[in-house]
Design a protein around this ligand. Structure first.
Ligand code: IPE
Ligand code: IPE
Ligand code: MG
Length: 237
């Protein structure tokens, strides 16, 4: 099962406490660790976390700098744990605007964890779903008759995804907003959406498990009809 999470609310979490937004991002990194550990215990095989959107470059330079330093620190401290726990790590998004140091650390983390089979952990950094779709469409131009599979492998290629992405089953957004903010638009075509009011630093295993229960209670139809239609009292027998 593929779960994607829009980890929103770090800034408001900090502001509520009279702290700087960057402290909210640090608390957010601790929540990432918690949720990744929980994912390994839950029926999740791919977890895609939205960490930095291409539109987030418009934030104040000190906040962007703090986030980039946090990614570096997170990657350096988590790689060993990922290997130990069978977690395969992949960063999706653009790489050409990241600093060379960070790119090197990402590449190292990906190669060291490449054998992980228990959980695929994907972190979206400098990610824009619309940009990825445009780039994939451009890459396919002139390639003859197209198919969804060919498009998806192009989409994976332009996003540095290690494999063509499985569709998102469950998309969770914390922080109370109900929007996608340019995240996995293609991959979420039939995703179940769960919106959680908790700010990301407060999101925990219990909240994650509750979102999964909500997912289980939904009926996915993919455009079809219910598998076993329920009879209502007025139906002829
Ligand atoms: C999400 O939290 C993390 C990033 C976008 C990097 P925000 O920083 O957007 O927090 P809010 O939405 O301002 O509270
Ligand atoms: C989406 O959150 C991006 C991440 C969580 C990384 P934003 O805070 O950037 O989204 P908007 O601006 O509220 O739509
Ligand atoms: Mg936000």
């Amino acid at each position: 099962m593929h779960v994607a999470i829009i980890m929103d609310g770090n800034g408001r979490w900090a502001e509520r406490r009279g702290l700087k937004r960057t402290l909210g991002h640090q608390a957010g990194a601790r929540a990432v660790r918690r949720i990744v550990e929980a994912a390994a215990r839950l029926p999740v095989d791919t977890l895609t976390l939205y960490a930095f959107s291409s539109d987030n470059w418009s934030r104040p330079a000190d906040e962007v700098g703090a986030l980039m330093r946090l990614f570096k620190r997170y990657l350096q401290s988590e790689v060993a744990r990922c290997v130990e726990n069978g977690v395969r790590f992949n960063v999706i998004g653009r790489r050409d605007r990241l600093n060379a140091d960070l790119t090197r650390i990402i590449e190292r983390a990906e190669s060291v964890t490449a054998e992980g089979r228990r959980l695929t952990l994907r972190l979206a950094v400098d990610y824009s779903s619309r940009d990825a779709i445009v780039a994939a469409a451009a890459a396919l131009q002139g390639a003859g008759p197209s198919s969804r599979a060919a498009f998806e492998s192009c989409l994976a290629g332009v996003s540095h995804a290690a494999t063509a992405t499985a569709p998102v089953d469950l998309l969770i957004r914390t922080g109370g907003e109900r929007r996608l903010s340019d995240f996995l638009l293609w991959e979420s075509a039939y995703a179940e959406l769960v919106f959680v009011d908790d700010y990301w630093p407060d999101f925990d295993e219990a909240g994650f498990a509750a979102a999964l229960r909500e997912f289980e209670a939904r009926e996915r139809r993919f455009g079809g009809v219910p598998a076993a239609p329920r009879r209502s009292a007025g139906d002829a027998v």
